[in-house]
Design a protein around this ligand. Sequence first.
Ligand code: NAP
Length: 288
Amino acid sequence: MVRPEGWFSGTGWRAVGMTMNGSYGIIGWPLGHTMSPTLHSWGFEQFGMDARYTAWPVAPDELAPFMERVRTQPVAGLSVTIPHKQTVMPFLDRISDRAARIGAVNTVYWDGDVLCGENTDITGFVAPLHALSFVPASALVLGAGGAARAALAGLKELGVTRLAVTNRTLAKAEALAAAFAVDCVAWESRMDSGWQLVCNTTPLGMSGAEEARSPWDAQVFSSDMLAYDIVYNPLETRFLREAREAGCRTVSGLDMFVQQGLAQFALWTGQSMDAAGAKGHLLGALKG
Ligand code: NAP
C-alpha cells in the first residue's frame, strides 16, 4: 500500500517528508491535557526512532474522514480516547477479542495492511495489581464510563469473585453490571459494605474543578483495603491521600497510564519501553 507522506495536524494534513512509520497520535474530543505525547515522544527518543506523536483533536463528525485518511496517509498508529473508543470500531478491519469483549478500542495499529484495534487499558489496569501480587476477594468500581469497563474487565480477568459497580447515574451502572455479569450497588449505598479493593474511575479528585472532592468518605477506609485511583493528575488525589492516611495500600492512575502506554508502544514498534524510566520521565513532566 502506498501512502503519501504527511500528518493530520487537527486543522488539516501537512506534508512533512516522513516515512509511513513516523506518524502517530492521539484522537479525542475535546482533547484536554494528555500525557500521551510526553510518554510516546520519550519512547521514540529512547530507541532513536524517526517518529512524531501528535495530539489530534477530532470532533465526532470528523471521525469518518479522519479514519479514511489514516488509511491513505502515513498514520502508523493511534491512541484513542473519549468519545471515540467505541465509535472508532466500525472503521477497523480487525478487533482483538479483548477489545470486543469490553466494546472499546484505545489503540489502533497496523498488522501489515490490516488496520487493527486493541484495548491496552485492561493491560494497564491489571499491571500494578500483578506487580503487587494482589488478587482481591472483592472489588467495587466507582463510575460506569469507559475506564470502568476496563477496570471491570481487568478485575474479571484477575479472577475477583465478588465484583460490583456503582455510579451516580444508576441506569448506567445497571447496564454495565448486566454486561459484565457483576453486581450493581446504588451510589448512595456504595460505602455500606466492605470491599478489599475500591477503584475510582470518576473524575472526582482530578485537577481542576473536582480536585478537592473524593468519591469515598475518609472515615470509611479500613487498613486492609487497597484504594486504586485511575486519575493520575494530581499524582495523589484526595481519595488516595485519605486512603494512605488510613493505612491502606494505594495504586495511582499513573501506573496504569504508563502500562497502557507501554503496551501501545510495543504494538506499534515491537519495542519495550523501560517502565521505570518512562514513569520517571512522566513524573518529571507532571511536577513540571
Ligand atoms: P467517562 O466515560 O466520561 O465516565 C465518567 C464516569 O464518571 C461516569 O460514570 C460518570 O457518571 C462519572 N462521574 C462524572 N462526574 C461525576 C461526579 N461529579 N460525581 C460522580 N460521578 C461522576 O470517562 P472515562 O473514560 O471512564 O474516564 C474517567 C477518568 O479516567 C478520566 O479522568 C480519565 O482521564 C481517566 N482515565 C485514566 C486512565 C489511565 O491510564 N490512568 C485511562 C483511562 C481513563 P455519570 O454516568 O453519572 O455521568
